[in-house]
Design a protein around this ligand. Structure first.
Ligand code: FES
Length: 199
């Protein structure tokens, strides 16, 4: 004879309640675990996004080094006193002199767009359509004219940037070269992509 629900005693009610709850919990766990798993970045993704170090001990003034981080090229330039003076001279000619519209960490929101004036760290990616600007640190080369005080030139469509990566007025690129997060982790080592902020 079928059980009348009204006749179920308390212990059977408890058993059924526990069994139903357990089934729901298992089903929930089966759903949640793969869902959580999909939120955990793969080791490869983590490695791609991890900070990278660049040794600048052998970088001489006027030289530039490159480092890949998150699939993008980062330029590191060692600037001398002359280059720093020229940055001040180009200020009236650049579109965003205070980098108000451009992308950089707070600690690089200054006239030299850097933690230490001597070192510029920027993405080597033109803010127009993403070409790699070339280093043109010489003064007044024939192809860039007598007024050229050194900087970066994007050959794709002619955008020009000064020695702080600030874009000149009247070129296709709208913004200064972006500055990635970085910090010094020693006299001669820069960590690019640091999560912990500047040191
Ligand atoms: S991509 Fe650099 S000027 Fe167009």
């Amino acid at each position: 004879m079928a059980d009348n629900p009204d006749n179920l005693d308390d212990s059977r009610r408890r058993f059924l309640g526990i069994a139903t709850g357990a089934t729901g919990a298992v089903a929930g766990a089966m759903f949640v675990v793969p869902f959580l798993g999909s939120l955990v970045p793969s080791k490869r993704a983590q490695a791609l996004g991890a900070p990278v170090e660049i040794n600048i001990g052998n970088l001489e003034t006027g030289q530039m080094a490159r480092k890949q981080w998150r699939g993008r090229t980062v330029y590191v330039v060692r600037r001398d006193e002359e280059m720093l003076k020229r940055i001040e001279n180009t200020t009236p000619q650049v579109a965003d002199p205070d980098s108000a519209e451009s992308e950089q960490p707070d600690y690089a929101s200054n006239g030299f767009r850097s933690l230490k004036p001597e070192f510029l760290v920027v993405f080597g990616q033109c803010t127009h359509l993403g070409c790699a600007p070339s280093q043109r640190f010489e003064v007044a080369p024939p192809d860039l004219g007598q007024d050229w005080l050194g900087g970066f030139f994007c050959a794709c469509h002619g955008s020009k940037f000064d020695m702080a990566g600030r874009v000149f007025k009247g070129v296709p690129a709208p913004l200064n070269l972006p500055v990635p997060p970085y910090r010094f982790i020693g006299e001669d080592v820069i960590e690019i992509g640091t999560e912990t902020g500047a040191a």
